[in-house]
Design a protein around this ligand. Structure first.
Ligand code: UD1
Length: 430
């Protein structure tokens, strides 16, 4: 089993290139199977979740050709089945995008129920509500979601909760439905806009993505396109927090600074210096980080996927910080691991009360999920001595070349798959 071994204590310094956004790319791959013409997607992150989804669409007959490590050509003219029950698809949350995409194109889809990180109950009632409003029947049987429509019809749909997944899924299906769909209380995340932009480049007629009302005029057919995925807001934010927590100085490149505003605002509040450029953000840490309050919210609020990374940073900042998780109810599981590294954090319901300590000490810990796993890596980079992180498969789901990018910033981190390799690294870095 692969692990990260980290020797902490080195401030990160230098430049890092941010990859394409995993969560956008997953939906773009689903959009790509809505036409029988060829779609090229560039700036695709080479991470596990993406590769699983590409294998799943191959499994139903699409032709997938890797042009380069970060670019793929998809032709879904050869799709022969609308049933996706590929073994690994249950492990990724975004498998549900295949429902919207297949329902839109073929009026029928069967997809294994989504898994993903265990950060809460994660219902999909809003997706189902949307499909039903467009005239589809939806059943859950034997671990599969089955949906079918005589004819998919546009409708006026009000979302009861702001959901990224449901917004995108309904947008996918509605792009090829008959008539107009108005989606109210829609999510405004950058990747919602990215999916609308790609669908529009394929001939869809979607207006208002990025606001809370999205209007979709169904079209008959979608066509080929070549599209580049937006930069990953969460990967960028993770490196920003890593720079702050290690008291480093990092230029985070290939980003859209506007997408990072909520993170930038918090790092400024706690005393970091931030320089913004057209497509880069420089974060300079300080020895005197201060406490603050953070509440996770839908975009443009502070992202829930950046909650563990800011907690790791605040736990070594002066004073008492309060972090409230308002999106997922089960997202503080990693706190027990962080306390084992010396943090002083109490969790009460959906709130973490963080009493800043002067630093962490290395420990053997487990990555409980993708983002918390990345946050624990940051703690390891700060900690005195060695930290070993197990279950890094979660981190590999969403971070491309994580350890390589960190090493280029001066971190002492190695991916190992045996005790012998771990020892070798420990001897090398002393
Ligand atoms: C996506 C992201 C995930 C991120 C989350 C919030 C992907 C693959 N994953 O997840 O990394 O943490 O957005 O930014 O893009 N909800 C319902 N009913 C539904 C759908 C959602 O009640 O039908 C609730 C959820 O339980 C949660 C909230 O709505 O409390 C937001 O969830 P949602 O935005 O849908 O998250 P995901 O799309 O699953």
């Amino acid at each position: 089993m692969e692990q990260y071994v980290i020797k902490g204590g080195t401030p990160l310094r230098g430049e890092v290139d941010i990859s394409g956004a995993k969560n956008a790319a997953l939906a773009l791959i689903a959009a790509a199977i809505m036409t029988d013409e060829t779609v090229v997607i560039d700036n695709l992150p080479d991470v596990r979740d993406i590769n699983v989804l590409l294998q799943a669409i191959e499994g139903i007959g699409a032709v997938v050709v890797r042009l380069t490590r970060n670019s793929v050509k998809i032709n879904a003219g050869t799709i022969s089945s609308v049933t996706v029950d590929y073994e690994y698809i249950r492990k990724i949350r975004a498998s549900y995008y295949l429902l919207g995409a297949l329902l839109g194109r073929f009026n029928e889809a069967e997809v294994a129920l989504p898994g993903g990180c265990d950060i809460g109950t994660r219902p999909i009632d809003q997706h189902i509500k949307g499909f039903k409003a467009m005239g589809a029947e939806v059943k859950i049987e034997h671990g599969m979601i089955k949906t079918k429509a005589e004819e998919l019809l546009g409708n006026h749909i009000y979302m009861d909760v702001v959901s990224v997944g449901a917004t995108i899924n309904i947008m996918l299906a509605a792009a090829l439905a008959k008539g107009n769909t108005i989606l109210e209380n829609a999510a405004k995340e950058p990747h919602v806009v990215d999916v609308a932009n790609m669908l529009n480049s394929m001939g869809a007629n979607i207006k208002g993505a990025g606001t809370d009302v999205i209007r979709i005029k169904g079209v008959e057919k979608l066509h080929k396109t070549e599209y580049s995925v937006i930069p990953d807001q969460i990967e960028a934010g993770t490196f920003m927090c890593a720079a702050a927590a290690t008291r480093g100085d990092v230029l985070v490149k290939n980003v859209i600074p506007k997408h990072l505003e909520a993170i930038t605002a918090k790092l400024l509040e706690i005393g970091c210096t931030i320089e913004e450029y057209d497509d880069a953000v420089r974060v300079i840490g300080t020895d005197n980080l201060k406490c603050t309050q953070v509440k996770t919210l839908p975009y443009p609020g502070y992202p829930t996927d950046m909650q563990p990374q800011i907690v790791v940073t605040l736990a070594i900042s002066q004073g008492t910080s309060i972090v409230t998780e308002s999106i997922f109810e089960n997202r503080f599981k990693y706190v027990a691991e962080l306390n084992r590294m010396g943090a002083n954090i109490k969790v009460e319901g959906n709130t973490a009360i963080i009493d800043g300590v002067s630093g962490y000490t290395g420990a053997e810990i487990n990555a409980p999920d993708l983002r918390a796993g990345a946050a624990l890596v940051i703690a390891g980079l700060v900690a005195k001595g060695f930290t070993t992180i197990d279950d890094i498969k979660y981190i590999q789901r969403g971070y491309e070349n994580f350890e390589v990018k960190l090493r280029n910033l001066g971190a002492n981190i190695e991916k190992v798959s045996s005790e012998k390799e771990a020892m070798k690294f420990k001897i090398k870095v002393g």
